[in-house]
Design a protein around this ligand. Structure first.
Ligand code: HEC
Length: 118
């Protein structure tokens, strides 16, 4: 008789654990995001944890993104603004050296999920 209750309790605990792994309700699929970061060539200009690429970089390394307060010197750092920046940096800052790479909404969301978790 006790076992079903124990299983239910474990499932509840497991559910909570998942939520805590995504601080601030981060959406998107980090595993897909990691692949997209490589495919779009972000690593040509950025050092990205876990994504191998150039050691000569143009933009800042994209590590510890979850702890940054500001993105690219202008935007408050949250997931929506990360997606906005990744999709169209020129709209935020017309003088930035980061090009518009034609990143889809979903790819940008997944990339931001990866960056916010590393
Ligand atoms: C041609 C070089 C180049 C490429 C390619 C590039 N970036 Fe950037 N990126 C930059 C530069 C330069 C900045 C700094 C912009 C600024 O501060 O005005 C930047 C800034 C950023 C920032 C803000 C970082 C911070 O420290 O505030 C993020 C996030 C970012 N890029 C993500 C990406 C992603 C994701 C991709 C791939 C889709 C990408 N970048 C591709 C050059 C590039």
């Amino acid at each position: 008789m006790k076992r079903p209750i124990l299983v239910a309790a474990l499932l509840l605990l497991a559910g909570c654990g998942d939520e805590h792994r995504a601080p601030g309700g981060v959406r998107g699929d980090p595993a897909r995001g990691k692949i997209a970061l490589a495919q779009y060539g972000c690593r040509a200009c950025h050092i990205i944890p876990g994504v191998t690429g150039s050691k000569v970089y143009v933009g800042r390394p994209l590590d510890d993104m979850a702890r940054r307060r500001i993105i690219a010197g202008t935007l408050p750092n949250d997931q929506a603004n990360l997606v906005r920046w990744i999709r169209n940096p020129q709209a935020v800052d017309p003088r930035t050296a980061m090009p518009v790479l034609g990143v889809s909404e979903r790819d940008a969301l997944d990339m931001s999920a990866y960056l916010l978790a590393h």
